[in-house]
Structure formats: C-alpha cells, structure tokens
Design a protein around this ligand. Structure first.
Ligand code: FAD
Length: 395
C-alpha cells in the first residue's frame, strides 16, 4: 500500500494524520517527530504548564487504533524529492506522498546562545526548564512584548516573580496590531505588577544582568526571549523545495509544494489567500487544525479545494481573554466597541463597508459572530457597530 510520511509531529502533523484516517486514506501513515515526547499541544506551555497547574498536554489521540506509526525522537535532516526519500537521524525513509509539518523555531537574541539563564519558550522541555525558575521567584527579564512575552510575564507574575519586559517598539504587540489598538494594552503590564520598558533595546546579556542600549542595567536571574519564530525549514535548504524569504515553504492554494507528491501545512508553510489577496504565513493554533483537513482531502484526490481560511487565534494574558479573527492589513476603517480602559472591549476593522477583522478583549461573542460575518463577506453599518450594547451581528 502507498505510504504517507508526515515530517513533524506537532499540531499540524498530528491533525494531518488523523484527518487522513477520518477521510479514509487506506495506506500507511507514518508520523515522524524530532522531540522524544508523545505529541503534545503547545498553547498550554505558556499557561497552565509553566505554573505546574497541568503536568502535560499530550494530544488525546489513539495513534495505534488509528493505524498511525509514530517515529519519535527522530530528526529529519534532508529531503531528496527526486527519489522520494527523507534522510533522518536513523537512516533514509522512503515515501509515496510526503507532508511537511515541521512548524517553527523561536528566534534567539544574537550573542546569547550558551549563556546560562537565557531561555526560549517553544517546547515542553523549555517549559519544564522554566517551571523551577518561576518557583524560585526569581527576578526575570522578558525580551519582547509579543504574544509569548505577554503570556510568560503573566505566568511569572502569578508565580510571584519580579518581572521586567523589554520591548524595542513603542507599544506591546507592535508587530501584530496597529499602535492605537496596542497602546492601551501597556497598562495591563502595570496592573499586573510587571514593568514594561518600551522603546528599549538590549545591548548585551551578561550572567545575572541585561544591559540596555541606554546604559540601564537590569538584574536578571533569568532572561526569557520571546522575539518571534521562523519556519523550521533550514533542513530543506538543498531539497529544491521552493522557500520564501521568510523561510516559509511556498505552498499553493491546495497546500502543495513545488515538488510532486509533497504538501506543507502549519507554521512552516505560507499559502496564497484569495480572500486577502496576498500570501499568508500564519503562526497560530487554528491554522494547524484547519489546514490539515483541506490538505488531507486534496491528498486523497477529492475535488481540489483551496485553503483560504479566516485566520483566528486567542491569547490569555494578564487575566484577559484576547481573541482575533480575520486580517486587518487592508482595512480602511477602525471602529471601537467599548472603552479600551474598561474590562471588555473590541475593535472592528472594515474595508469599504465589509467587516474584515475583529479583535476582542473579554467579548468572545463579538469574535464568534464576527468570524462568521467575515467568512460570509457581510457588510455592516459602522454607526450601529460602534454600540457595544447591541450584538455585532445586528450591525
Ligand atoms: P509545531 O507545533 O512547531 O510542531 C512542529 C513539530 O515538528 C515540532 O514538534 C518539532 O519538534 C518537529 N520538527 C521540526 N523540525 C523537525 C525535523 N527536522 N525533523 C523532525 N521533526 C521536526 N496559538 C494560538 O492560536 N493561541 C495560543 O494561545 C497559542 N499559544 C502558544 C504558546 C506557545 C508557548 C507556543 C510556542 C505557541 C503557541 N501558539 C498559540 C501557536 C501554536 O501552538 C502553533 O501555531 C502550532 O503549534 C503550530 O503547529 P505546527 O504543527 O505547525 O508546528
């Protein structure tokens, strides 16, 4: 029987294997992952697992019952598509069809690799190394006020650590949100007792301290770096598979790569979106859930379907539930629902009279309704939209 090999046993790899079985793939399925652990979910790593509120986050999937072969603790080192072979730490592995799902790897702070007490947060091992750091209630410097930095700072404050967050931009989440929407979030850090230093750049990390470019010396028993992630595709460098400048595998709208019989999905791959008129690289959990369903159907050779989702994600930070759906890149109008210094508010983005994105803080209904409206290309009335007391759907 034909064999599908999936490289990468994170959310996207596991969901691909499961979707292939659910959709009736009759052949072999082999799921290969570099990490030694049972495949697990990443979002809890910056939340419950750091605080010891959960021991693990292994997926509840019965791989054996589904006839999925697991090869764990086995890194893939190269791909030779012309002979349909993967090179792995434990030798070559042939495939009939291949799915690339190696995810992303965190970007390190230059010059800090090997310095004791400098941490990244991507894997279960990272989280387990950080848990005792929190327990010791150390003074921690977090570099980067993005999603991971904010969630880590939340957990560290909850554990009773002294926390300083250093951010190069003028506001937190500068890479993800426009300034006026991100600016009110700076107050969340202070409310939680964390110090946020914006427009601040790290000059050097020394043992026990972080020195900023303005000369400030911050005492740091530990440093946690959260300055972004890039697709884990370096191993594909000589494979001939087309990669973008951002390192992402360039998938087409069906999630096929440039090599025959090879697909790509999740954090490692970008895809062209007709909906947004540009190529998208999405580093969020929902993309690693939805993409595999489309991929599996296409691999099974059903009516080819384009993968063109309305992106969605959530973050839990400083006691708030933050959600986002859509893409505001091409929006021309921003409408507030509620006051940004309140406990719950949201923001809607319109392009002409169509809803294209929603960000909600503590207003999950706005995102649930907004997501469907964006999907349907619904038009809205900005005046009615601005009334937080009336449901988004009635705007
Ligand atoms: P990954 O989860 O990165 O899985 C890829 C797997 O491939 C890894 O296990 C890796 O070891 C393996 N691999 C890589 N290279 C090789 C190789 N050469 N050979 C073999 N195996 C290899 N998203 C949200 O929407 N909401 C959240 O609240 C949220 N919280 C997060 C918190 C943390 C701490 C992190 C790190 C991410 C969070 N995310 C969140 C993002 C979400 O977890 C990712 O988008 C999702 O995990 C992507 O899945 P993936 O399978 O594409 O990649």
């Amino acid at each position: 029987p034909e064999r599908v090999v999936i490289a990468g046993a994170g959310m996207a790899g596991v969901q691909t294997a499961v979707a292939l079985r659910e959709q009736g793939w009759p052949g072999r399925v082999t799921l290969l992952g570099a990490e030694p652990h049972q495949p697990y979910d990443r979002p809890p790593l910056s939340k419950a697992i750091l605080l010891g509120k959960a021991e693990g986050s292994a997926f509840e999937v019965d791989f054996e019952a589904l006839g999925i072969e697991l090869l764990l603790g086995c890194e893939v080192t190269a791909l030779r598509p012309e002979v349909r072979t993967l090179d792995t730490e434990s030798g070559p592995l042939g495939y009939d069809r291949l799915v690339l799902a190696t995810g992303a790897e965190p970007v390190g702070l230059p010059g800090t690799s090997g310095i004791a007490g400098v941490h990244l947060l991507r894997t279960l091992d990272d989280a387990e190394r950080l848990r005792p750091v929190l327990e010791r209630q150390h003074r921690i410097v977090v570099v980067g006020a993005g999603w991971i930095g904010a969630e880590f700072a939340t957990a560290a404050r909850e554990a009773g650590c002294e926390v300083t967050v250093v951010e190069a931009a003028e506001v937190p989440l500068a890479g993800a949100l426009p300034r006026e929407v991100a600016a009110p979030m700076a107050a969340w850090y202070a409310d939680a007792g964390a110090e946020l230093r914006t427009s601040a750049r790290v000059a050097a990390v020394e043992e026990g301290a972080v020195r900023l470019q303005d000369g400030t010396q911050l005492t740091a028993d530990a440093v946690v770096v959260g300055i972004g992630a890039r697709p884990a595709t370096r191993w594909l460098r000589d494979s001939g598979i087309a990669l973008g400048e951002d390192g992402a595998i360039l998938a087409d709208e069906q999630l096929r790569t440039s090599a025959p019989g090879v697909w790509a999905v999740g954090d490692c791959a970008s895809f062209p979106s007709r909906r947004y008129g540009r190529r998208m690289l999405v580093h969020h959990w929902d993309n690693a859930l939805q993409g595999p369903r489309t991929l599996a159907a296409n691999l099974l050779g059903e009516e080819p379907a384009a993968y063109d989702p309305v992106p969605y994600f959530w973050s839990e930070q400083f006691g708030r539930f933050v959600q986002y759906a859509g893409d505001h890149g091409a929006a021309d109008t921003l409408v507030w629902r509620g006051e940004p210094d309140g406990a719950a508010w949201s923001v809607c983005w319109l392009q002409a009279d169509r809803l294209v994105a929603v960000l909600a803080v503590g207003r999950p209904r706005d995102v649930a309704q907004g997501r469907k409206m964006i999907e349907a290309g619904a038009t809205v009335d900005p005046v009615r939209l601005a009334d937080p007391a009336s449901p988004l759907r009635s705007a």
